[in-house]
Design a protein around this ligand. Sequence first.
Ligand SMILES: Cc1ncc(COP(=O)(O)O)c(C=O)c1O
Length: 473
Amino acid sequence: MAFHQTNLAWATLLDIGGPGPAADGGGRAGLRERLTRALRTAIRDGRLAEGASVPPSRALAEQLGCSRWVVTEAYGQLVAEGYLSARTGSATRVSWSPESDPPRPDPRRALATPAIRYDIAPGLPDLRAFPRRRWAEAVRAVTGSAVHYDLGPPDPAGHGQLRATLAAYLRRSRGADLRTASVSVCAGVTDGLFRTCRTLRAEGITELAVEDPGWGRLRDAATSAGLRVHPVPVDDDGLRVDDLARTPARAVVVGAAHQFPTGTVLSPDRRAGLVRWAREVDGYVIEDDYDAEFRYDHRPVAVMQGMDARRVLLLGSVSKTLSPALGLGWLVAPAALAPALRAANPVAAAPPVLDQLALAAFIDRGWYDAHLRAARRRFRTRRDLLLTTLAGTLPAARVTGPAAGLHVLLHLPPGTDLPATVRAATSHGLRLTPLTAYTSHPTSAPTALVLGYGNLPDADVPAAIRLLRDALR
Ligand SMILES: Cc1ncc(COP(=O)(O)O)c(C=O)c1O
């Protein structure tokens, strides 16, 4: 009976019942968050006084009707933050009071890199949803059906079967024009751009424009291929073609369907302007089609490559649709450039042939389309959940970007200390990326975070956003 009373007292003190409806997204992680927050709040407002001991983890777990892991994790987190102290053989005690200086994190724990529990940096699809069974089935099938010739030295431009399958897919699904262009296989967009830049250099083009803000690895690929890079600003209509025309660039990389990280869709006028510019400078537009399959309000916008297959190259990969671990992508280039592409990349390695054949089988059997349909449904729901949660938890913040892709841009009130927010979030296990990580002029960049929801389970969305709110405080 006495135990039962203690039980009630702790539950009341912490304002936390049994597992109940998991407001923090359910499961053990949600419960751990609730308990950590409840304990922290009770210490901060003095309900748990300095020196008081907290119950042994097993006892509190029993009282709250949760697993012991939830309690030890919560205690561990608060020890790391300096609110509790734990010594082997004695009770865990409250080590801070509202009158004290700010809590001093335990140096031994603080030294360790905090474990990341919620990763909302952009870049990943839902890795838990990788279609393992069908992928394994495709690998098994092609391992059995590949002719012995397929197991010889691979063609650097990719296996003919996958090239044909991709050509059909890109024509049908992305509106690509393959009458005067050819598809080659590469290890992804980054590798495709590297190969393209080496080719451009061999053709006498040394200056390349990239979007600002933009994804740094594309820039790195270009500079390591020996090109000079010129950042060009992006506004609400996408890349500013008038600014591009003022640079010495004769080629430009553009995320026409969904610019990274602003999410802008290149307007029809700008698309036309960009193609005109490429013709005028006798140059090329390199279209980064990295996540264009994910559009949630209507069908994905067709590729620019279809507007002029002699001036626009198209790069894509399965990094956002299946997994970056596969290292499979494509490069669609004017047929006239194909010999130069081969010549400029004499040691380029094609991805493993059996993986190429597996992707071809995966697409040919209709499994890629089915996977994309399911992924679109999943990401649309998750994006809606994220927006609703943000509106409820951070009403002063504003989300921009179309209903597309795997990330949103979250604008925060001016004056928000972004570096401090990112540090505070990291120390609480939340990985965040500020927009400044992608700009060439960080001081003039809008105060915004790039939130990737691709690999954040729905159940973790509320807890992750609450951690973000706490970090902003
Ligand atoms: C803007 C952009 N382009 C392309 C990619 C995909 O690159 P890769 O196919 O080399 O994995 C990414 C991945 O994060 C990206 O953010």
